[in-house]
Design a protein around this ligand. Sequence first.
Ligand SMILES: [Zn+2]
Length: 166
Amino acid sequence: MPQGLPKRVDSGFLCCQRARGREVPNWRTPMPGGFTPTPTPDTQPFWDAAKQERLAIQRCMHCERYYFYPRPYCPSCTSTQVEWRTVSGRGRLLSYVIDCNPFPPADPAVPKIIALVELDEGPRMLTNIVGSPPEPQALLLDAPVTVEFEDRGDHTLPVFRLENDQ
Ligand SMILES: [Zn+2]
């Protein structure tokens, strides 16, 4: 590691070690309301599309770039002429961390893969990888991924699966 850079906790393994033995009050009881999104006027079209199993993000009609997270203006050129587009749902795994003790309402006994995916259209999205064992050997960086949709009560969340797992 080059000198001057702070030491980073960027390994899922290290996070697991830190999580072990931690007291999590009422961890068997789901939190009221659980971890589901609260749509805002800016994000509502994203959640509406997910409910229909479509991945929709915004595109600037001026500079023609896609972007994510939802905003009423383009982060590249500040144009407010933006639109929602359904995109391919395909991308690549850029990075991930394995959360070995996720908080309820996720099952704390089932590790979750928290991932950064770069969509084919360009934007990056924080998401979960499903269908792969939570092991670094199974999670090759730059591997192609495809969106799928997970129902969580009133909401549907886009998650991704490695294409070679299908
Ligand atoms: Zn723009």
